[in-house]
Design a protein around this ligand. Sequence first.
Ligand code: SAM
Length: 265
Amino acid sequence: MEFAKKKFGQNFITDRNLIKKIISILDPEPNQLVIEIGPGRGALTKELVQNFKKVVAIEIDKDMEALLKTEINSDNFELITQDVLQVNLKELISSEYKKISLISNTPYYITSEIIFRAFDLAKDLDKAVFMVQKEVAQRICAKQNENNYNNLSVAAQFYSDVKYELTVSKNMFRPVPKVDSAVITLTFKNQNLIKVNDDKEFIAFVRKLFNNKRKTILNNLSSVLGDKTKSLTILEDLKIATNLRPENISLEDFIKIYKEVQNEN
Ligand code: SAM
């Protein structure tokens, strides 16, 4: 068995302090379930089972199964050997746990998909911790008026309180990846969910408004609605300057634009 498979983006944590930090970020409490995506060779998983009531890990690589099952011979550990994108995460959630957290350290090419799946679980999860490429972490945490503020930043901030926890040097992994990573935390809150009647539709709408980041919000809204006059009226009613770019629009204003569009229809 080869040590690390490129096709599965395998780079394994070697730093014990990093593992300890991730555990403390997950903030152990009695009766807590942790869902781990991408356990790999189990460096973090071994510590998770020591600290949490139950750990369910999802790993795509069948070659890891024997290794994980022998090394982590613990009653509170369950392994699902499957592509996480094929797993119905909702079925893993149970009300018997007081706190439910997700920890994901997966390759960059499925990061956004997994983050969007975590949004689907916003009502069930307390916290999701992601180890992602540093640039992606910065984008997710970007605030209004920052250059890398985009639809993913707006979505993350809609569902959660976002925190950039720490930058992780690429040297803390074997094999050493090309870029540094970062750990971010999304602490879910439901207060924004009640502001829109369909959160997924709202997020899809915001995504469209970022289609042409360099164009004004008026131009983007006009493209989405196919009606410049109506778009102008909406923005003027809301007192949102028409020459702003999508990156200058706050989450609250995106919500207002979305609701106004719905009212007009
Ligand atoms: N968490 C481990 C560690 O830090 O040592 C491994 C991290 S490694 C960057 C990413 C892990 O995600 C690998 O074990 C890889 O096989 C797994 N993985 C990749 N794609 C996956 C998918 N679609 N579903 C589940 N696991 C996946």
